[in-house]
Ligand binder design. Structure first.
Ligand SMILES: Cc1cc2nc3c(=O)[nH]c(=O)nc-3n(C[C@H](O)[C@H](O)[C@H](O)COP(=O)(O)OP(=O)(O)OC[C@H]3O[C@@H](n4cnc5c(N)ncnc54)[C@H](O)[C@@H]3O)c2cc1C
Length: 342
């Protein structure tokens, strides 16, 4: 029997995406203990799950860095401190008051914390799955995907990339040279993408690397024991085409359901949590929100903004975790090398 984990800490951080990882670093720089909790079994949030191999161009001091390289760098920055992580289970309950909270996940692990930072991104984020018969078996076998972790998994394969937005277009382009052949399926004639991306798609179509299948929709998966043999697609006038493919990659967006967070008595607005922009505190005293899930006038859903919010929230949380000690602001250059400051 697996024993439930239990921690008593200063700051419980819900999420282990980029903003959570940096907030954990900030906690340790201020000598606050913290625990990271994520429903995914790996750290990195959207960067790891949705676009590990795509370059990000707007991280300060990094002209270009892929999603996975950014997370590796954040992990390296955090490495001098050993921050406990509870991964692979959703935090479902948050109870208590400022200074004394208890968080519980689906597995029954418990964290007692003086303050809480919610860095849960799009909340209980999950892909919008196409309503196809027998889908689950193909998902389990790894022939239907909603994320790409490694381009090399698709080397020499026949792929059907479905969806009309940025993700479908970007992945069709990124996989066009790795895969043997890429079908790009959309229910309309026109794709929604940046003019430059659309021009690159046309280029790949001319080279014969990408074949557009429009206006068609997914209709049926064909195969056995989760191994895909072909996918039937259907047009508006009910014409059915059979596409011989090894993998289906469906990019129909993410559901942005706050999930259990919406039941914790914190004021929410659509799929976000309004916060005081000076402290990142939510409507519930002692509970902060940072990153994509936090909203306030002028908010930009950018990683760099999430980093800044993490630093601000941790400084505000300090007064709750250490009410007896006044926090003296110091630059990291004065605090000294991470790890040696403890
Ligand atoms: C294709 C794509 C390209 C992008 N490009 C850029 C870019 O160029 N520049 C840029 O700045 N931003 C970019 N972004 C946005 C960027 O990825 C997000 O702003 C960033 O990931 C937000 O980080 P976060 O830590 O707030 O949330 P996330 O990365 O979403 O991480 C949140 C984590 O919380 C976990 N979680 C949620 N609810 C719970 C719960 N109840 N219990 C436990 N865990 C929970 C989730 O599993 C997830 O791991 C891009 C996003 C996408 C999808």
């Amino acid at each position: 029997m697996i024993q439930s984990l239990s921690y008593d800490t200063d700051v419980a951080i819900i999420g282990a995406g980029p903003t959570a990882l940096f907030a954990a670093f900030e906690c340790r720089m201020l000598r606050l203990d913290c625990v990271l909790m994520d429903v995914l079994d790996c750290v990195g949030g959207q960067c790891t799950t949705l676009y590990p191999e795509k370059p990000i161009y707007d991280i300060p001091a990094h002209p270009s860095i892929t999603g996975s390289a950014l997370i590796e760098a954040l992990e390296a920055q955090l490495a001098p401190f050993s921050v406990p992580r509870i991964l692979g289970s959703r935090v479902t309950a948050l109870e208590g008051i400022r200074g004394d909270f208890t968080l519980t996940n689906e597995r029954g692990d418990q964290v007692k914390a003086k303050t809480v930072i919610i860095a849960a991104g799009a909340g209980a984020f999950g892909p919008n799955r196409p309503p196809l018969e027998g889908l689950e078996a193909y998902e389990k076998e790894g022939t239907v995907h909603y994320f790409v972790r490694k381009k090399s998994d698709f080397a020499g394969k026949h792929l059907l990339v479905a969806g009309g937005g940025d993700s479908a277009l970007d992945w069709a382009l990124l996989l066009a040279d790795t895969a043997e052949h890429v079908y790009l399926l959309h229910r309309r004639d026109r794709f929604r993408g940046a003019p430059e991306t659309l021009a690159q798609i046309e280029e790949k179509v001319r080279e014969g690397k990408i074949e557009k299948v429009v206006p068609y929709q997914l209709h049926a998966l064909n195969g056995a024991n989760g191994k895909l043999d072909s996918v039937d697609v259907i047009s508006l006038d009910d014409t059915v085409r059979k596409l011989k493919v090894d993998h289906l990659l469906a990019f129909y967006g993410l559901s942005t359901d706050l999930g259990p967070i919406a039941t914790w008595g914190i004021q929410t607005h659509r799929s976000s949590i309004p916060v005081n922009p000076a402290t990142l505190e939510t409507s519930a005293p002692g509970i902060f929100a940072i990153g994509d899930i936090a909203t306030y006038p002028g908010k930009l859903k950018l990683i760099l903004q999430g980093f800044s919010e993490g630093a601000m929230a941790v400084h505000a949380a300090y007064t709750i975790a250490r009410p007896e000690t006044a926090l003296r602001f110091e630059h990291s250059t004065s605090r000294g090398q991470p790890g040696e400051t403890l």
